[in-house]
Design a protein around this ligand. Structure first.
Ligand code: ATP
Length: 545
């Protein structure tokens, strides 16, 4: 970025959400019909931003990967390639992967408000008032303490001036720590004891394949893209000359019927993932796990996320997913979270040989070490595998083994949201009269910016629009550029700042004399002149910095 001084991003999520709607980054799905909770539509600027995030990931991880040299921190040189699998797969895939049995959350329903909550996302405090003690709840998040207090005041009929008469027993804690549901006041309830006991709820969306639509035709929308890579591992190895270590990447839609979608696009029911399954020799997998954690952290910081708001969190043993020997999350301090809290951007999991073996032999029992086939009540395999040999033979050493897998699994929507939150800021810039005014600016990395440059004639006369149009059309062949000749130039700059456009090219009086135009840098506000014929190469150089 051209500016080294980055002001702290705004912590006000409402302003970011409002900018997203106003400037066409994100709209609520099916908005004209009142919206559908958990579904979002990307508008004209949003679609470009998200495409650029995905494009940067694909280029950096796959297309431009240097497979000739040993990259810093990598145990050896490795190859990368890609796949694009179907969203609906054979139902047996999800039985062997563990999603059919295990991919669930616990939910509680409120009999009174008819609302449904994820058990672990309800937070509360024990509160006593005039001898009555209840666990008063609110949705966990940045506002939870205030939410709990509001609920308690409403229920006990306590006015603001008497709020100190509410006696709290301890701080906020999760509803999962509470057994006495009769004493719980739900987040939207008026009476205690309306929440049901927690129930399991599978997150996979069901659909039917074919015209008959019986039980045998039930299929699922994929809850992750990863399984498509495992079931195609043999196809890739048989149809190419790749050797291990090899990473196979895929990005695409995933679907999870989240109980409480919230925090803008952070938790959606339809979202996009960018996943790599990295296949390697078991003896090297621990070193590759380390490598991928660092490599992925580095990717986010290079594209502009501040290391102060990013962290790498290694999971505790008890938190590890059923297949995982080790997992670390890359987390970002999103503005909708309480200070000190972080939300997951990407998980990097050491999955061992769980997936390939499960698809080969049948679903393994994740609770048994060493991993062994999971058996049903009849003593036979609970879910049968494909029976196909998914092991690998090294043609140099002749060693045959089932590869271990490291999985960096990122969300394209969460990454896009993090880049947006990081980029949003308000600073001071001079207006058309030279007076300092507050401006809203998206300091997006130029690679991610939806529009790379705007071409602006200073005024709509004297042949300036004609020259600006020529420059615009010339640049259009190379980059996403925008032409604007409406309103005062200062206003046009502001509109581009809000859209995150890193450069504005202005045709002015001097252009008519010497064929030079100004280039304005969004972050530093520096302006300099280049010959109009050098615009394309100047912008290209600037984008590569
Ligand atoms: P969480 O704990 O937040 O539900 P997860 O651990 O279940 O996430 P993974 O299964 O590891 O998520 O999925 C990999 C990535 O996919 C996540 O890091 C995230 O970026 C993205 N992702 C998962 N669920 C959602 C969702 N409901 N909405 C948007 N992105 C998601």
């Amino acid at each position: 970025m051209s500016s080294t001084e980055r002001p702290a991003p705004a912590r006000n999520m409402d302003e970011i959400v409002s900018l997203c709607k106003r400037r066409g980054f994100l709209f609520q799905g099916s908005e004209i019909y009142g919206g559908l909770n958990g579904f979002w539509d990307y508008g004209p600027l949003g679609v470009e931003l998200k495409r650029n995030v995905k494009e940067a990931w694909w280029r950096d991880m796959v297309l431009c990967h240097n497979d000739m040299d040993v990259l810093p921190g990598a145990p050896e040189a490795y190859s990368m390639t890609g796949l694009d699998c179907s969203i609906i797969m054979h139902p047996q895939v999800w039985k062997c992967s563990g999603h059919y049995d295990l991919f669930h959350d616990y939910m509680v329903d409120c009999r009174e408000s008819k609302k449904r909550y994820r058990h672990d996302q309800v937070s509360g405090r024990w509160v006593e008032y005039r001898g009555e003690k209840l666990f008063v709840t609110a949705m966990a998040g940045d506002d939870e303490l205030a939410g709990i207090e509001r609920q308690a005041m409403k229920y006990f009929g306590v006015r603001a001036k008497n709020v100190d008469q509410l006696l709290y027993d301890g701080g906020a804690r999760s509803l999962t720590t509470v057994d006495e549901f009769s004493k719980v006041l739900g987040p939207d309830a008026k009476t205690p004891g309306t929440l049901t006991e927690p129930r399991e709820y599978n997150l996979m969306f069901k659909t039917t394949v074919g015209a008959l639509g019986g039980e045998d035709d039930v299929a699922f929308l994929r809850p992750e893209t990863a399984q498509g890579i495992f079931v195609n591992f043999k196809n890739v190895m048989d149809s190419t000359r790749f050797r291990l270590p090899l990473g196979i990447a895929q990005m695409g839609k995933s679907f999870r019927n989240e109980i409480t979608p919230r925090n803008f696009t952070f938790r959606s029911r339809e979202f996009e993932q960018m996943e790599i399954e990295f296949f390697c020799h078991p003896s090297a997998s621990a070193a590759w796990y380390q490598y991928w954690r660092d490599r992925r952290m580095d990717w986010y910081t290079r594209l502009g996320l501040s290391p102060e708001r990013l962290r790498l969190r290694e999971h505790e043993q008890a938190e590890l997913a059923h297949y995982s020997i080790g997992t670390a999350d890359i987390e970002y301090a999103f503005p909708f979270l309480a200070p000190g809290e972080y939300g997951e951007l990407e998980g990097i999991a050491h999955r061992g040989d769980f997936d390939l073996r499960s698809h080969m032999e049948g679903k393994l029992d994740e609770k048994v070490r060493p991993l062994a086939l999971q058996l049903g009540p009849d003593g036979k395999p609970k879910w049968k595998g494909s029976g196909k040999d998914l092991s690998y033979r090294d043609d140099l050493t002749n060693e045959k083994y089932t590869p271990h897998v490291i999985e960096p699994s990122a969300g394209a929507d969460r990454a896009t949201l993090a880049f947006l939150c990081e980029a949003y800021c308000e600073d001071q810039a001079p207006d058309d009269d030279g007076k300092l005014q507050t401006r809203t600016v998206l300091r997006l990395h130029p690679r991610l910016a939806p529009i790379k440059a705007a071409v602006l004639p200073l005024v709509k006369k004297d042949g300036m629009p004609e020259i600006a149009r020529e420059i615009y059309l010339e640049l259009k062949g190379h980059f996403n550029v925008f032409y604007d000749d409406k309103a005062a130039v200062g206003r046009r700059y502001r509109r581009q700042d809000e859209a995150g456009t890193p450069f504005c090219i202005t045709v002015d009086g001097q252009t008519l004399q010497d064929q030079t135009v100004t280039i304005r840098d969004r972050d530093s506000l520096r302006q300099w002149r280049v010959h109009r014929q050098e615009c394309a190469s100047a912008i290209r150089d600037l984008l590569q910095q």
